[in-house]
Design a protein around this ligand. Structure first.
Ligand code: BTN
Length: 251
């Protein structure tokens, strides 16, 4: 895949820039990168704090897919970001359903996938990645929940090297995906919270308690409740209730 990089200094959100370019018929592979964002956003309209030091990018992809496969793009970007953290900084991150990267239970990165559709097919997807590279959260209200490559390793990392390593990994994985290899197995291998007792909060539904037993190829979480009924969760907030039990086999 050919990438076209647009580098910006300070913008409200790279997602908006990428979406505007996509609506003007920009080609797949457009990458909008900003040094900082003043209105970075995450899933569920949460704020994504984006001072200089982090990697903030939005990528335009146009796979000719049904909408229900869109979560595979989130998986792809998460896996490519994990590879970049490993290759550049030797940091082993793991994915958390549906869109986070964790290092030892602290958030290292988040992925935000925003879609436009033609009926039930994807017109395009803007996949945003916020990766905490040189951010310092020690004196921040996020200190208990967030971390960065610099906080993990004690040294600063070159943002361009992280970006280029990420894009190379993404291009490889996107090619394999287009050849028919689903990323869901690699993504599920170390996925939090598989094998754990969870509580799921969903809009308009009572809280669901049960065991996270697997994911579907489209990325929905499979949760088995105490009556043994399996629920397929497409969106929601998942918190962990109890230590791990091994459900991974067969998931
Ligand atoms: C989340 O954790 O909910 C997802 C966070 C995604 C943040 C990235 S930073 C680059 C891009 N621009 C945004 O406004 N958000 C995404």
């Amino acid at each position: 895949m050919q990438f076209t990089r647009i580098r910006l200094y300070r913008v409200p959100s790279t997602q908006d820039w990428a979406r505007d370019w996509a609506r003007m018929a920009a080609r797949e592979g457009l990458v909008v990168v900003a040094r900082e964002q003043t209105a970075g956003r995450g899933r569920l309209a949460r704020r994504w704090v984006s001072p200089p030091g982090g990697l903030y990018l939005s990528l335009l992809l146009r796979p000719d897919w049904p909408l229900r496969r869109a979560q595979q793009l989130t998986m792809l970007v998460s896996l490519a970001a994990i590879e970049a953290c490993r290759e550049v900084a030797r940091v082993e991150a793991r994915p958390k359903w549906p869109n986070d990267l964790l290092w030892q239970d602290k958030k290292l990165a988040g992925v935000l996938t925003e879609l436009e559709s033609n009926g039930d097919r994807l017109a395009f997807a803007i996949i945003g990645l916020g990766l905490n590279v040189n951010n310092d959260f020690t004196a921040s209200p996020l200190a208990a929940t967030a971390t960065s490559l610099r906080m993990v390793t004690g040294q600063s990392w070159d943002l361009d090297e992280v970006l280029e390593t990420f894009l190379a990994a993404l291009a490889r994985r996107y090619q394999r995906l287009r050849e028919g290899e689903s990323p869901h197995r690699a993504w599920a291998e170390h996925l939090e919270p598989l094998g754990r007792r969870v509580q799921v909060l969903r809009q308009g539904a009572p809280p669901l308690r049960g065991w996270a037993v697997g994911v579907t190829p489209q990325g929905a979480l499979r949760v088995k409740d105490d009556a043994g009924v399996e629920h397929v969760i497409w969106a929601g907030d998942v918190s962990i209730e109890k230590p791990r039990r091994d459900f991974r086999r067969g998931s």
